[in-house]
Design a protein. Structure first.
Length: 95
């Protein structure tokens, strides 16, 4: 983790949460594909769960995106269910 981000004591989003070092995962859209990156070093707020990344972490994430997340380099594949928001909405009659 970068020294600048390590010096943060409290969350700048909620103002009260203590930040703790953690490894997180995040999802990214690459065109029509959803990809997940695991083991990302971050500081995570204990109160609101906001995640903060150091400069070197952001650079590595940008490099992964720039590579296009090639499928042959994935460490595993997960299946993700897809839901429709509009199917849960009550139908409205259009004028």
């Amino acid at each position: 983790m970068d020294a600048a981000i390590d010096s943060l004591a409290t969350c700048t989003r909620c103002g009260g949460g203590e930040l703790r070092a953690a490894r997180v995962r995040s999802a990214f859209w690459e065109g029509e594909r959803l990809v997940v990156v695991e083991d990302i070093p971050a500081l995570v707020c204990a109160a609101c769960s906001e995640q903060f990344y150091g400069d070197s972490t952001a650079i590595v994430l940008d490099l992964l995106r720039g590579d296009g997340f090639p499928a042959e380099r994935a460490k595993s594949v997960m299946q993700v269910p897809v839901f429709s928001f509009s199917e849960r909405m009550p139908s409205r009659e259009e004028p």
